[in-house]
Write a protein that binds this ligand. Structure first.
Ligand code: SD4
Length: 345
């Protein structure tokens, strides 16, 4: 199988980015660590999130701070239909958000089905730092956020409301909608010789993991979940061990796609444990995908899940069930968007 890779050299990195990149490289060398810092995130549009994370990582900052900063970019972007503000609502027209964080010491925090708060990742971090708990859900999560000084926002944009009203006409829940859309767009864009990876047109959940100059790992995952889901449905993204897992001794992983399938195999944890057994990040992601494909049998072709991972050496990799999944990698050498290999090429 041919390994299709597309690299996007980032002019948007700019002078400030280069300076922080050089500083990051120097700091890493001083700390005796090669190939670090590094941050990776799901989906090409999240290059912007990588730049934001790099502003912290490149200055020698902590992974957790970097990923929390990074994922706030799509959370605040009204044009990103899968995360935060502008996310597609559930079948009742409510935008409900899922998010979690995990740090180098195994601390973690998560919010699920949180409404009205633009940056659920910040609330997840406060659950970790300020409560004796790991997970807060729905009304309780909102109550906690308001107590912490967050303000309520209307997260349903005109565009997302329109899409929901259109969906209501048939009310057909189809988690594979985005895969089909990717394929259609890919075909069309191939004809137009479009130079960008096609997923740029199909924003999605952000899972971001990083290694800082001290060799410490951290991760964050944030989403509005599957479009038009049942009210109260929670996917993999805010579940520690499913949508995100970090073990400083081994590596970190995150997931995107149909969350139910990720939860069933404890996806991100499965990837990290495979790296612990010595698999590379890419092969560890492939092993988790293999389990999903095995579970789904003949229906596997109707599911999309993608995993990405970094190991404790700062190596990275990804794997997906279907074509179309890509991820962004930022190091001192710049930012690349890489098409992940997949089970069904
Ligand atoms: C979920 N995994 O809620 C998320 C959605 C997602 O690509 O990643 N979509 O199931």
């Amino acid at each position: 199988m041919i390994n299709r890779r597309k690299f996007i050299e980032t002019s948007a990195f700019g002078t400030a980015g280069l300076i922080t990149a050089q500083l990051g490289a120097e700091l890493s060398e001083r700390a005796g660590i090669k190939g670090k810092p590094i941050v990776i995130s799901t989906w090409a549009p999240n290059v912007k999130a990588n730049y934001a994370a790099w502003e912290i990582l490149g200055m020698g900052g902590r992974s957790l701070d970097a990923v929390v900063r990074g994922v706030q970019i799509p959370e605040a972007d009204p044009n990103d239909n899968s995360v935060g503000y502008g996310g597609l609502p559930d079948r009742d027209g409510k935008v409900t958000l899922d998010s979690c964080v995990m740090d180098e010491k195994g601390n973690c925090g998560s919010v699920m089905a949180l409404e009205h708060i633009m940056h659920p990742v910040l609330v997840a971090r406060l659950v970790m730092e300020k409560t004796p708990h790991v997970q807060l859900v729905g009304e309780g999560a909102l109550q906690f956020a308001l107590e912490q000084g967050f303000k309520k926002d209307n997260l349903l944009t005109e565009q997302s409301e329109k899409a929901w009203k259109e969906w209501l006409k048939k009310s057909n829940y189809d988690p594979m909608r985005s895969v089909k859309e990717i394929e259609e767009k890919m075909e069309k864009k191939k004809k137009d010789n479009y130079p960008w990876p096609v997923a740029l047109l199909n924003h999605d959940t952000i899972g971001m993991v990083a290694m800082d100059t001290n060799g410490n790992l951290g991760g964050a995952c944030t989403t509005s979940g599957m479009a038009f889901k049942m009210h109260g449905r929670v996917g993999d993204s805010p579940i520690i061990g499913a949508g995100l897992f970090v073990d400083n001794e081994v590596g970190a992983a995150s997931a995107t796609g149909v969350g139910e399938e990720v939860v069933k195999i404890c996806g991100a944890h499965t990837v990290v444990e495979a790296m612990r057994r010595g698999l590379s990040p890419e092969l560890a992601c492939k092993e988790a995908i293999r389990r999903i494909v095995k579970n789904k049998g003949s229906q596997a072709k109707d599911v999309q899940v993608g995993f990405l991972a970094i190991n404790n050496k700062g190596q990275h990799g990804a794997f997906a069930v279907q074509k179309g999944f890509n991820y962004c990698v930022t190091t001192k050498d710049g930012t690349k968007v890489i098409d992940a290999k997949c089970w069904y090429p």
